[in-house]
Write a protein that binds this ligand. Structure first.
Ligand code: AR6
Length: 166
């Protein structure tokens, strides 16, 4: 596990995880940045997925091309909107990490980068979100994934992850 500060669209990885919403049709924050930098191919594939299987439920993950990003794939997962139900939200956020890692493993990738899912407009408490992220990655039984990069965009998350990973 590794911590990097900055914009996830600039960091090379085999698979980049996106903090999407259940429509899969893009949005603001890291989702907006990924679609902008990756180009229209990503949205095209998201639309095809929607046509095939409908919306993506919270905690689940789907994969598309990475378009122009320095990656092979984008794994779109939908984090929970924090509603003060700690048990429910924690479980759903853990599912985001589990299902994204499972999907990455099935794609035979070696490096995966994660943004701090749900800690932006979805208002999940950052400290708890980071603990869940590190817990899920460290307990995931992987044969193929060699490196997971936690990409922190804001100073607060960077500080939290630094302390947790030390
Ligand atoms: N690279 C890495 N991290 C980023 C970037 C970036 N370029 N930009 C923001 N972050 P958010 P959510 C961080 O709001 O809370 C979207 O509209 C940010 O500092 O992007 O899961 C979707 O479409 C924060 O720590 O995602 C959904 O509707 C983290 O990414 C909704 O937001 C997540 O913030 C999802 O909300």
């Amino acid at each position: 596990m590794e911590l990097r500060k900055g914009d996830i669209t600039k960091i090379k990885a085999d698979a980049i995880v996106n903090a999407a919403n259940s429509s899969l049709l893009g949005g603001g924050g890291v989702d907006g940045a990924i679609h902008r930098a990756g180009g229209p191919e990503i949205l095209e594939e998201c639309k095809q997925i929607r046509n095939r299987q409908g919306k993506c439920n919270t905690g689940e993950a789907v994969v598309t091309t990475a378009g122009n990003l320095p990656a092979k794939y984008v794994i779109h997962t939908v984090g929970p909107v924090w509603d003060n139900d700690e048990e429910k939200c924690s479980k759903l956020l853990a599912n985001c990490y589990k299902n994204s890692l499972k999907l990455a493993e099935s794609l035979h990738v070696k490096t995966v980068s994660f943004p701090n899912i749900s800690t932006g407009v979805y208002r999940f408490p950052k400290e708890l979100a980071a603990k869940i992220a590190v817990q899920e990655v460290s307990t995931f039984d992987s044969q193929l994934i060699e490196n997971v990069i936690f990409v922190c965009f804001d100073d607060e998350n960077e500080k939290i992850y630094k302390a947790l990973l030390e």
